[in-house]
Ligand binder design. Structure first.
Ligand code: SAH
Length: 270
């Protein structure tokens, strides 16, 4: 299906390149994002511009971050005519997203992400959550299932808790492998993450909370009573308000925050 063109680019596995070639899906993604001219919109991994072309029509001040330098001329050929468009040829995992903020306006982030970097990239972006209004990502369907999972579900884990601590998460729709060239081996889905303006539950000490969640899910099959031994002494464990006979997948975000705050307070007073 690919047309011969001076810009023919061979997809690189190393950069997780699966280019969208399904106009219906691209339209649907752009409709979900609903870009506006005044948005501070950032696309991660524009590739050959499949989504970019439509985003920039609505929002000419679009900023893109693309690691593969061979794609830069392909993008410039199409979009250099937009005065406020800019390409940042960098690794999104190390990119300073605060540098894109203008007039304190929060960022809107979009990306059909390389699947191998999706989890670390989401964690990197969460460190800017107070400066981001929303994020729309194409991810492996299985990762989206983990992002939206509720307590008790099999996909519920560290990723669910840590992302849901910061964001409202919506699974928008699925995308089949046939919508890409080359076809990925997995199904994909579009997810919307909206960081809360005010966090519903606040951990007194975020690093402690993060460590607690991490430790709990390292041993999914153990009860909390067992796992918490690594973090707190037995008197403290006996004093908490949560049923420590539960397994990590049975605690909600609120439960984890409360538990973290109780344990952290106890650790300071003991
Ligand atoms: N958005 C395009 C391309 C998707 S493929 C489309 O839908 O067709 C994923 C894109 O992310 C590729 O262009 C790849 O080069 C780019 N990419 C991979 N790793 C990256 C990183 N660490 N930082 C920024 N871009 C990256």
């Amino acid at each position: 299906m690919s047309q011969p063109s001076p810009f023919t680019h061979k997809a690189r596995k190393r950069f997780g390149q699966n280019f969208l070639n399904d106009q219906n899906i691209i339209d649907r993604i752009v409709r979900s994002i609903h870009p506006q001219a005044s948005d501070r919109l950032v696309e991660i991994g524009p590739g050959q511009g499949a989504i970019t072309r439509q985003l920039i029509e609505a929002c000419p001040q679009l900023q893109v971050i693309e690691l593969d330098r061979d794609l830069i001329p392909i993008l410039l050929a199409q979009f250099a005519k937009y005065d406020d468009f800019a390409i940042h040829q960098e690794d999104a995992l190390r990119f300073d997203f605060a540098s894109l903020i203008k007039n304190k306006q929060p960022l809107r982030i979009v990306g059909n992400l390389p699947y191998n970097i999706s989890t670390p990239l989401i964690f990197h972006l969460l460190s800017y959550q107070d400066r981001i209004s929303d994020m729309h990502f194409m991810l492996q369907k299985e990762v989206v299932n983990r992002l939206v999972a509720s307590p008790g579900e099999k996909n519920y884990g560290r990723l669910s808790v840590m992302v849901q601590y910061f964001c409202q998460v919506e699974n928008l729709f699925e995308v089949p492998p046939e919508s890409f060239d080359p076809k990925p081996k997995v199904d994909s889905a579009i997810v919307r993450l909206q960081p809360y303006k005010t966090l519903p539950y606040v951990a007194d000490n975020f690093d402690f909370f993060s460590h607690l969640v991490n430790t709990a899910f390292q041993q999914r099959r153990k009860t909390l009573r067992n796992t918490l031994k690594q973090i707190a002494d037995s008197d403290t464990i006996a004093s908490v308000n949560i049923d420590t006979g539960l397994r990590p997948e049975n605690l909600s975000v609120k439960d984890y925050v409360e538990l973290s705050n109780e344990l952290h307070t106890a650790s300071k007073t003991s």
